[in-house]
Design a protein around this ligand. Structure first.
Ligand code: ZN
Length: 460
């Protein structure tokens, strides 16, 4: 019996999830995401895979965030010819997110060629057409259903409660050995989505650690949003919400609508400057089977998930520019969530230096991103080559995170009936990983490993 796991991404860093499992010569990849953050990380996306894509038998996809799916087109381009197994909702989101990423890559490459770049001939990681090519490989799976993989391995997806369609993958080998691939773990009692399922056993466990050293604020995020918008609106300011198009935007819209229903928000324009966010909202509406009881019971689900009162979609650049000249108060929700691209950058360029305005962060800000620099309190940041003073109020609604925090991870792990032989900690910055390992070792007494990039372990 020869069995191993190799960590080809998200090893001692938060992005680039890609794990290779080998079993008697068969090769299963779990996720194939892009690296995000600083230049060194981004360059890794262009490096060759540490395996031959043509030799991979199947890819198991845990969820549709770019750091879990963003290198799938590259995998196909370089010879992979098998299937991508994922839940129906994950495929629905990938159908929007991958072509969109391809389009952005092409635009970035074009711009780099025009304005000069450190690369002699800047190329997109993949094109929109290549993204569509990759989408043909997806095959939909249901939760809690057994699927057969090569070498007699059984696959079972369980709800991870992280974003729509998110799952962790239970792989059971022929001899009964069980490997649980954690994907990203969501949170309990968040709006819209069902809670993560508990696992009671695994021989080997791979878990994320994005917030392994932190506790989210227990304050109700809806209360925070209400307070921040009301205070900013009273001063005639603008609330900029850098938002992830997948999940976070729908959650914010849901809260805004609930606040409006309770008469707790002033009537003001809410601009969604992200065509992708609107398309993703449609995917949510098509997958109500993933909702929790509260969302299912919502009087008008469509309004809750996609259209609070005063909502306006920003269709084109002209309208986006017009908003830049418009006096507050109003709210702008735009991507990207970490401000390292997308239309939010234009809004920040125009609004960041005015103390009347507020930037409200709603998720994790990776090191090296514009969002992280603003959040870390830098006095000046560079946007499109312009130095901009950061005078706007900066707030963070941490409770909105889609990732479990340290305590929630511990609660989830606490449902195991027996310790795994080995627990691999991935998808986190080193500090977060070490903090989580310290707690797991001291409180649960489990054996943990923080794998390095390209490190490989036997799974006896
Ligand atoms: Zn994720």
């Amino acid at each position: 019996m020869h069995r191993s796991i190799e960590f080809c991404g998200a090893a001692q860093t938060v992005t680039g999830s890609c794990h290779l499992i080998e079993s008697n010569g068969k090769k299963i990849l779990v996720d194939c995401g892009i690296f995000q953050g600083n230049r060194e990380l981004r360059d890794r996306n262009y490096a060759p895979f540490p395996f031959d894509p043509a030799e991979i038998d199947v890819v198991v996809v845990t969820h549709a965030h770019q750091d879990h799916i963003g290198r799938l087109p590259k995998l196909v381009k370089e010879g992979f010819s098998g299937k991508f197994l994922a839940t129906k909702a994950t495929i629905g989101i990938a159908r929007i997110a991958l072509p969109d990423a391809g389009r952005i890559q092409e635009e970035d490459a074009r711009r780099a060629r025009k304005h000069g770049s450190r690369h002699a001939d800047p190329q997109p990681l993949f094109t929109e057409v290549e993204a569509y090519e990759a989408l043909k490989r997806f095959e939909p799976c249901s939760y809690e259903h057994e699927y057969s993989l090569p070498d007699g391995i059984k696959l079972n997806f369980q709800c991870a409660g992280h974003i729509l369609g998110s799952a962790y993958a239970e792989l059971t080998f022929r001899d009964g050995t069980k490997l649980v691939m954690g994907g990203d773990l969501g949170r309990f009692n968040t709006p819209i989505l069902r809670d993560p399922e508990y696992v009671d056993s695994a021989d080997y466990l791979v878990i994320e650690s994005t917030y392994g050293d932190r506790l989210h604020e227990r304050e109700d995020p809806m209360e925070e949003i209400a307070r921040i918008i009301n205070e900013t609106a009273d001063n005639g300011g603008v609330v900029l919400i850098p938002s992830f198009a997948i999940g976070r935007t729908q959650e914010i819209l849901y809260y805004l609508r609930k606040l409006q229903n309770a008469d707790r928000l002033p009537r003001l324009p809410i601009y969604i400057d992200s065509p992708m966010a609107s398309s993703i909202s449609e995917v949510y509406l098509r997958n109500p089977q993933e909702f929790d009881e509260e969302a299912k019971a919502a009087e008008d689900l469509k309004a809750s998930l996609t259209e609070p009162l005063g909502l306006q979609y920003v269709r084109d650049k002209e309208m986006s520019k017009a908003i830049n000249k418009q006096p507050g108060p109003f709210v702008v929700i735009a991507g990207s969530g970490m401000c390292n691209g997308g239309r939010i950058q234009h809004h920040l360029l125009h609004r960041l230096s005015d103390p009347k305005n507020t930037v409200l962060f709603t998720g994790y800000q990776a090191g090296g991103t514009l969002g992280r620099r603003i959040l870390d309190g830098e006095e000046y940041v560079s946007i499109f080559g312009t130095e901009v003073a950061v005078r706007a109020r900066v707030e963070r609604a941490n409770a909105l995170s889609a990732h479990a925090d340290q305590q929630e991870m511990m609660d989830w792990l606490g449902h195991f009936q027996a310790p795994p032989k080995k627990t691999f900690i991935v998808h986190g910055d080193p500090d977060a990983q070490q903090a989580l390992v310290a707690r797991i070792e001291s409180e649960l007494g489990w054996s943990c490993v923080i794998p390095a990039q390209a490190e490989r372990f036997a799974l006896p």
